[in-house]
Design a protein around this ligand. Structure first.
Ligand SMILES: *Cc1c(COP(=O)(O)O)cnc(C)c1O
Length: 415
């Protein structure tokens, strides 16, 4: 049995704890206020007001007008909807996105390509940043939309969305940003950003899973993705997920208040942890630009170990962290984000993401630090590639890397 109260949670970019205030706000809509907000009678109609109040709060989180907020089932739906709408309303067949997007975009891109659309995945620099000249050059007469994330979920690296949106406007192309990782950490102002579309997901900001939103700029043409009833002013069919929407509204209010805590206290915890690791565990590297990133994310490569082994050992002492790599049926594909940054496959497979949040304490970080050093050391002692392996006194790191790659290739694991 897992004692959930003892879990040390360093995976806030994957999902977040639902805030107690948020749970409290949604309970009435799971109990006595269960009416349909579209109903004409008062029992249902009273609920409508609460949905609209939540819409105002979510709009305020990003500086939008409430009319520009379309509630969706998740961040994935918001991303898919934006790109789908751009393709349908413009009739164009080319999409520009980046090589480091969330799978919501990567796999939607693959889906589009299978159906005859064209998708350009912009490469990134070794620190995870984007070359805006390349972005500008990639825009063609048949480009419908540019979709670039505001903050990367694996590394925390930020893209200059304001500049990207300006380039798009000058070229007459729509722009979308996946800002799912940003609320509560950095300020979002859609007017300043100048994008046509922006996605959020409530479960990344201490609300439940299964609710997201798409900001659709006033006067930007919009084609619904889910076609049905006239909910969301005709922009998204399906009866409103009232309790989740109310929860999202409450979480949006709290997120505005937590920006300071994220940027001072949480950033301090992250930096203390990261500096400790880089200073005390040899052969470790920070992945991603040091300053231009979210305050809560540390993505660290531990050479000579597999991230999955580290995560397993951390799990055994109640620590949650993650790697970007999807571990599926024996094949360990390295993270597409780290690969796009040019990390060699060995380093990418040894990279672990620690993402902190407002519920993390000094004591959590002390605990993590106390466990991580010994775990890495133990794993390296049994890694034939590592300088910490007892047989490896004369160590040639490049030869080891080549040997490792050969062995992985032989085993059918692809970098
Ligand atoms: C989590 C996440 C998503 C997906 O949101 P869901 O609500 O889980 O669909 C999209 N983009 C980024 C950057 C994310 O971190």
């Amino acid at each position: 049995m897992i004692d959930n109260t003892k879990v040390r949670y360093f995976d806030n970019n994957a999902t977040t704890r639902v805030a107690p205030e948020v749970v409290e706000a949604m309970i009435p809509f799971l109990s006595e206020m269960w009416g349909n907000p579209s109903s004409a009678y008062a029992f249902g109609a009273q609920v409508h007001g609460h949905v609209e109040k939540a819409r105002e709060k979510v709009a305020a989180l990003v500086g939008a007008d409430p009319k520009e907020v379309v509630f969706t089932s998740c961040g994935t739906e918001a991303n898919n909807s934006a790109i789908h709408s751009a393709l349908v309303t413009t009739g164009k067949r080319h999409v520009v996105t980046t090589a480091v997007e969330h799978s919501a975009n990567m796999n939607f891109g693959a889906y589009l390509e299978k159906r005859g659309f064209e998708v350009t995945y912009l490469p990134v620099e070794s620190d995870g940043s984007l070359d805006l000249h390349l972005l500008e050059k990639s825009i063609r007469p048949d480009t419908a939309i540019v979709s670039a994330m505001m903050a990367n979920n694996e590394t925390g690296v930020l893209f200059p969305i304001e500049e990207i949106a300006a380039i798009c406007r000058s070229k007459g192309v729509l722009s979308h940003t996946d800002a799912v990782q940003v609320p509560g950490k950095l300020k979002i102002d859609v007017r300043q950003l100048g994008v046509d579309f922006l996605s959020l997901s409530a479960h990344k900001l201490h609300a439940p899973k299964g609710i997201g939103m798409l900001y659709v700029k006033r006067r930007t043409k919009y084609q619904p993705y889910l076609i049905g009833g006239h909910q969301e002013r005709g922009r998204r069919g399906g009866t409103e997920s009232v309790a989740n929407i109310v929860a999202f509204g409450r979480a949006a209010e709290l997120a505005l208040d937590s920006i300071e805590d994220e940027n001072i206290r949480v950033r301090g915890l992250r930096d203390r942890f990261e500096n400790w690791v880089l200073g005390n565990i040899p052969n470790t590297v920070r992945n991603g630009n040091r300053s231009n990133r979210l305050p809560n994310t540390a993505n660290i490569a531990f050479d000579f170990v597999e991230a999955e082994a580290v995560l397993l050992q951390l799990d055994q002492v109640g620590i949650c962290a993650s790697s970007g790599s999807a571990c599926t049926t024996g094949s360990l594909d390295p993270s597409h984000v780290l690969t796009a940054m040019g990390l060699n496959p060995m380093r990418a497979r040894g990279s672990v993401r620690f993402s902190l949040g407002i519920y993390n304490t000094e004591e959590d970080v002390d605990f993590l630090i106390s466990k991580l050093g010994p775990i890495i050391h133990r794993l390296r002692e049994i890694s034939p590639l590592s300088p910490e392996h007892p047989d490896n006194d004369k160590y040639d790191i490049e030869a080891a890397r080549v040997k490792h790659e050969e062995e992985m290739a032989k085993a059918g694991i692809h970098g």
